[in-house]
Design a protein around this ligand. Structure first.
Ligand code: T46
Length: 150
């Protein structure tokens, strides 16, 4: 099992209940398996261009959990210091994507379905879509934290 080394992220393993030839069920409950209350669910699919690179942004406040529930894809994580690529290819294993993490989604298999559970509704202002701006933002946040602010 891969170890996540970037800040504000970890692997999430959901329970998997196998019903033999009748299939399997995986379950995600707020605060039990997902470390926040889920307010929004969306999924990314129809990835006709397997070379697509999605994401390329960070969030200021939004927390998310990503599960590739069909096929596979790769999630690039960057906390401003460390970078890591994680392959998601198991429906009950996901990634917790905390705040202030630059992320990309890439190397999609053609049947990929990426399910995302999010802690808030869609807010355009929560996105940082420029990498230099992201670096400045996390640096400012770090200096504020050192001074005892939040
Ligand atoms: C994230 C990664 C993992 C909405 O109107 N409402 C929504 O809830 C979402 C998620 C998207 N949109 C619209 C905004 C854009 O016009 O859908 C379009 C594509 O969104 P975006 O380019 O942000 O998609 P991704 O795949 O780059 O990023 C998405 C999420 O937006 C983002 O929060 O962290 O998945």
């Amino acid at each position: 099992m891969i170890e996540i080394i970037v800040k504000n992220s970890k692997l999430i393993t959901l329970p998997r209940i196998d019903d033999g030839i009748d299939g399997s069920i995986s379950v995600a409950e707020n605060f039990k398996h997902i470390p926040f209350a889920v307010k929004r669910v969306y999924y990314i699919y129809n990835l006709l261009n397997q070379k697509a690179i999605r994401g390329k942004h960070a969030h200021k406040k939004l927390e998310q959990a990503l599960f590739c529930i069909n096929g596979s894809c790769e999630i690039g994580l960057d906390d401003g210091t460390l970078h890591q690529d994680i392959t998601l290819d198991t429906p009950n294993t996901g990634i917790y994507l905390g705040v202030e993490l630059w992320h990309t989604m890439k190397n999609f298999s053609d049947n990929c379905i990426l399910l995302v559970l999010a802690s808030d509704v869609y807010k355009k202002d929560d996105y940082i879509r420029d990498y230099d701006e992201f670096k400045k933002y996390i640096d400012l946040r770090r200096r504020r934290r050192l001074r005892g602010g939040n």
